[in-house]
Design a protein around this ligand. Structure first.
Ligand SMILES: Cc1ncc(COP(=O)(O)O)c(C=O)c1O
Length: 464
């Protein structure tokens, strides 16, 4: 690569943000390639006529967005898919810049959970028997009373599971990993919606599975496309998110679910049904696990309602798979920490979990209504109480440059890239996680930036 020298004037906002925006744009335009070394801070500062501190902040911002990485003593490098990542997806090491609006990560609506945790810990401190339980090794699937409490809690959400089939895991993603591990061996085929949760893509890669995309429409996975794949290959497992596909927010109708259950039975494949984004039972068609319990492993967690840091996940499997799952759990971590499940269960039995869920539902409903108003006239899909909104971009916008343009105005959104399986074409659309920003005002501010960009269109390209 020749000396990289961006034209900062092309980007609005502070100079350091312009540097990060230029890195992002040049990666999506191909000028910067994975592994390229960026100029040193001093070289770039001299070339651009800015201070070294500005370049340092600019590179730090690009690193926070997962675009570049530093190697001690050897400079700053462009990250890419060399080590298996198409586009970085994860929690940035650095806190977002003050004043930025984060629509990037599907986090629960911020609430004062700290005081609730403090209260639960104080009560636990006065309960020697429970303290003893949390300090002891327990059966792989978790303490019986924790499993029962979580099973009853799920029943309140309209998910009826038998207690013996429920295992506690280190969050929903861990449950997905375990399910994949017992269903498929390295090299074997697992199918999923062509746009899917990036954690599943990462898990399949870690386990060296052959992950195959299945076409999706407004209702998610298309059964005839899955059946075709099953004709062509020995599909060991199918992962899908019937309620609120991530990122497209598509929800399956009852008919669609019945068709998929029929495909599962016809080809003898197991489904991993992911419902980490729990939806009130009164509002949705039956789960796949209700329709074909002998073929479905069901995954959920406390992350999106209570707190992601608790890492309390729930995996339900048909009876004959429980033993292999317990073996897998033991080999990973013996069991999920009982302390975390104890805290989650205390929030549940005290009624606090329901209060948080109801409050969050109202807050999300308000945010979705605001988005529907602010984005009126544009094409998007969202569920009234869903975390995300999937916004189709009008021409000539492309998703990569839209993400960059938003970032240069301090608004963080995701394109479809991290969700795409294989070389499937990725729609020119972005995912807005409406739940993540700190306040309704931040949501409003972020939506106004998004709407402004939609209406003004992109800057003309500057490449020769
Ligand atoms: C569809 C889906 N499944 C699983 C997870 C991970 O859940 P957990 O934090 O409990 O591991 C997420 C998190 O965003 C998700 O969107």
């Amino acid at each position: 690569m020749t000396f990289w020298q961006p034209e900062l004037e092309r980007y609005p906002g502070p100079r350091y943000k312009a540097i990060a925006a230029a890195v992002a744009e040049d990666i999506s335009g191909g000028t910067l390639q994975p592994g390229d070394r960026l100029p040193t801070h001093r070289q770039l500062a001299e070339a651009l006529g800015v201070t070294v501190g500005t370049v340092t902040r600019g590179y730090a911002e690009a690193e926070r967005q997962g675009l570049v990485g530093g190697r001690v003593g050897s400079g700053t490098y462009v990250l890419g898919d060399g080590d298996g990542h198409r586009v970085p997806f994860g929690i940035p090491a650095e806190a977002p810049t003050d004043g930025d609006v984060n629509f990037g990560l599907a986090l629960p609506v911020p609430a004062r959970r700290e005081s609730m945790l403090a209260d639960a810990l104080r009560r636990l401190a006065d309960d020697p028997a429970a303290l003893h339980d949390t300090l002891s090794y327990q059966p792989e699937a978790g303490l019986r009373r924790h499993r029962d409490t979580l099973r009853d809690w799920l029943a309140d959400w309209g998910v009826a599971l038998a207690g013996d089939e429920v295992l506690l895991t280190l969050g929903g993603l861990h449950a997905v990993h375990l399910a994949l591990q017992v269903l498929a061996r390295p090299g074997e085929t697992v199918a999923t919606e062509a746009l899917t949760y990036p954690g599943l893509i990462a898990a399949a890669r870690q386990q060296h599975l052959d992950l195959q995309p299945v076409a999706l429409d407004d209702e998610g996975m298309i059964p005839s496309a899955l059946a075709r794949l099953c004709e062509q290959r020995a599909v060991r497992a199918v992962y899908c998110v019937p309620n609120q596909n991530n990122p497209t927010t598509a929800c399956m109708s009852e008919e669609r679910r019945r068709e998929l259950a029929a495909v599962a039975r016809r080809y003898g494949v197991f489904f991993i049904e992911d419902e980490v984004h729990l939806v009130d039972g009164s509002e949705r068609p039956p789960n796949l696990v209700d329709l074909a319990p002998e073929r479905v492993l069901y995954v959920t967690s406390c992350s999106k309602i209570l707190a992601g840091g608790l890492r309390v996940g729930i995996l339900r499997a048909p009876g004959h798979l429980v033993r292999p799952l317990e073996d897998a759990l033991r080999s990973h971590c013996w069991m999920a920490p009982p302390l975390n499940a104890e805290l989650a269960c205390r929030w549940i039995t005290s009624g606090l979990a329901r209060e948080i869920a109801d409050w969050q539902r109202r807050a999300i409903g308000e945010r979705q209504a605001l988005a529907a108003d602010r984005l009126a006239g544009h094409t998007f899909r969202a569920q009234p109480y869903g975390f995300n909104l999937w916004l189709h971009l009008p021409e000539p916008w492309r998703a990569g440059s839209f993400v960059t343009a938003c970032a240069s105005e301090g608004v963080h959104v995701k394109s479809g890239e991290p969700f795409a399986v294989g070389h499937q074409p990725v729609p020119e659309a972005i995912r807005l996680a409406l739940s993540a920003p700190a306040s309704l005002d931040d949501v409003r501010r972020g939506l106004d930036v998004v709407r402004g960009l939609l209406e003004h269109g992109p800057r003309p390209p500057s490449t020769l």
